[in-house]
Design a protein around this ligand. Sequence first.
Ligand code: KG4
Ligand code: ZN
Length: 354
Amino acid sequence: MSGRLLLAIETSCDETGVALVEDGRRIHANVVASQAALHAASGGVVPELAARAHLRWILPALDDAMAGAGADWADIDGIAVTRGPGLIGALLVGINVARTLAWVHDKPLIGVNHLEGHVYAAWLLDPDEPEHEAPPFPLVALVVSGGHTFLLEMRGERDYRLMGETIDDAAGEAFDKVGRLLGLGYPGGPAVSRAAERAIDRKLVFPRAWLGDTYDFSFSGLKTAARRRIAAARADEGIAEDEQALLSDGMIAELAWGFQDAVVDVLATKAIRAAAATGARAIILGGGVAANGALRARLAADTEARGLRLIVPRPGLCTDNGAMIGAAGHLRFTAAGSADEDLVARPSLPLARA
Ligand code: KG4
Ligand code: ZN
């Protein structure tokens, strides 16, 4: 290891992530303890349970990451930790562990914006992945997660201009809601995506909220349309309103496909239009919904047709993880003097104030 090695900690929501990343790109370890099973019963993240689970798993995850990378404390140049946005109790676990480790081992501490992490995941390289060119500027970044949906123009490192964002729900939130309405459990995104793959007819058209020629998004109308159609399909199949029974597999697949197609169409169309308007050379895609196969395929085809580069991290780096915090943290880590002495949790930290 010849570069700068950061220990990176992510605990903003329901994944406990601890990673070791060299020079903001090369992953040496990336341990993620998922709480999906813990929150499945309630169909959504329970903040208090999330905070306790972070507390339970963060030190084992740290031990795993250090052992996996074969690193010891002398190898570590600094500690990066998510400071927001996210759930306050969850953020505080990561921040307090990072702060304690920084004090005990005398390392600089760097607070990282979670959203900047989703953007910089596009710079990461897996341990055995051949070195390849970093994303070229200018570029457009589309971040689609459970809590956020926005489009950025980037003309250089950490140079962000917000082009548009959701005016109501995040795309991932809509996936989770529709997954729940279809009885597919939590989190809904991956389940809806799997169900959509089984669709045969692929003819159901759900409404798209274009919001004129803005780069903003809206998914609440689509959610309502999905709720109505699911209710109508249940009535068609003779399922009483208060009955637990699921729709037929075929109908679930067609509804999931129609919903997903509407989300993908709006996201891809706006990202491509944003790239054209800014003269971007590349589009980078990040956030949990970027794990969606249909969105990846659509953007791959659309960017290829226009001679643009598409950079999408593998699915495990799109959903919350520590490595992306190491990638974004590296940019802030120029000198030991840049360390955040007074690091505090910021539950609604905006990207522009990263
Ligand atoms: O980025 P992330 O892990 O956490 C947040 O910062 O929100 O994103 C989680 C979101 C969830 O809403 C989840 O349902 C969605 O990403 N998601 C997907 C897929 N995998 C995860 N949505 C659609 N298709 C997927 N394959
Ligand atoms: Zn996230």
